[in-house]
Ligand binder design. Structure first.
Ligand SMILES: [Zn+2]
Ligand SMILES: [Zn+2]
Length: 178
């Protein structure tokens, strides 16, 4: 059986068409490759919107988050490759991260800091926006807890109680540094 695609006007085998039950011949009017091209065009045109939607889904739908985490666990090599690609594309950011990681490594050898005490000292409030921090909210939620270095490690700030303050992950990120 053959059928002409209404998009590319080529005569193709019916197996090149996806099923559409409501259609008179039970098949979609466009062939599979035309549909693919159109889907890609749609994705390219709506990239920002789709990205935003998937980000929102990520924050609001626990299933999406859980399945992503499961995927990450099963594919550590791919996660690593993705990070590497990101670093290659953003060498400026990567340099900052490296400085932070080096500083953090050096700093953590300095001594133990009791985070609980710091949260209590700040009354479980974000020191940047002064709103409460819910410790049960977890990363990557924008309101999840994070411990900020008031003077960033990358700028020589120490990893000590005096230089640490609780902040929402998002407030921390907006402030920049680490
Ligand atoms: Zn076609
Ligand atoms: Zn905040």
């Amino acid at each position: 059986m053959q059928k002409t695609c209404t998009k590319c006007k080529l005569l193709k085998s019916t197996s090149d068409f996806n099923v559409k039950k409501s259609a008179y011949d039970g098949l979609k009017p466009w062939c599979r490759s035309c549909q693919k091209v159109d889907a890609k065009r749609y994705r390219d045109l709506n990239k920002e919107k789709l990205n935003r939607e998937s980000r929102e889904r990520y924050y609001t739908d626990p299933n999406v988050k859980a399945s992503k985490r499961k995927w990450e666990k099963a594919n550590p090599d791919k996660v690593y490759a993705g990070t590497k690609r990101f670093r290659a594309r953003h060498p400026d950011k990567a340099a900052g991260w490296n400085a932070v990681r080096r500083a953090r490594k050096a700093a953590t050898t300095v001594g133990y800091v009791n985070y609980q005490e710091i949260y209590e000292y700040y009354n479980y409030e974000c020191y940047l926006c002064n709103e409460a921090i819910d410790l049960t909210v977890t990363w990557p939620h924008p309101k999840s807890k994070s411990m900020d270095h008031i003077i960033p490690l990358a700028k020589g700030g120490p990893h000590t109680r005096d230089n640490l303050a609780p902040a929402h992950a998002q407030c921390n990120m907006l402030k920049g540094g680490d």
